[in-house]
Design a protein around this ligand. Structure first.
Ligand code: FES
Ligand code: FES
Length: 162
């Protein structure tokens, strides 16, 4: 079956088994290796991408569900100014150790800060509750998102002042 969709802002199509997992298509057909597999059951968030603007675990999505839609991976997000700001904040707070979970956190954080840029710790914890990290103990990740949130607020104030 021919599946057409937008991937990181570019239109694409492929002839494939409609039940193949989005996770496998992204890694095998598009070499988008930021999309990681860990649990394969929708529990860890390592495979998170945006589908039609919402974070989804791509291990639970069949490619037919993507037909006509839009997918953004961590590769696409890392090209944006907000994605760069988030990545810099994770670096500054030493929130990345092995890095396996980072693309999923980047996607989820991007969605959170785009839609509800509230620096409250509990709101951030809630937003990131679908992403698991085996290394950091989470505190540095929360600090990273709060730092990104404050930087974003500063940028917006500067724009308002102009
Ligand atoms: S690999 Fe998809 S949620 Fe864990
Ligand atoms: S930094 Fe290793 S799993 Fe999060």
């Amino acid at each position: 079956m021919i599946i057409k969709f937008s991937l990181n802002g570019k239109n694409t199509s492929l002839d494939t088994d409609p039940m193949k997992r989005l996770l496998d298509i992204l890694r095998e057909n598009y070499n988008l290796l930021s999309v990681k597999e860990s649990c394969g059951e929708g529990e860890c968030g390592a495979c998170t991408v945006l589908l039609n603007g919402l974070p989804v675990t791509s291990c639970l999505i069949n490619i037919i569900q993507v037909d006509g839609g839009s997918v953004i991976t961590a590769e696409g997000i890392s090209e944006t100014s907000l994605g760069k700001l988030i990545a810099a904040s994770f670096t500054e707070t030493n929130a990345v150790q092995c890095g396996f979970c980072f693309p999923g956190f980047l996607v989820t954080t991007y969605h959170y800060l785009q839609h509800d840029p509230d620096c409250d710790e509990n709101k951030i914890k809630n937003a990131l509750s679908g992403n698991i990290c085996r290394c950091t103990g989470y505190q540095k990740i929360i600090e990273a998102v709060q730092l990104a949130c404050r930087k974003l607020a500063d940028q917006e104030h500067k724009h308002e002042d102009v």
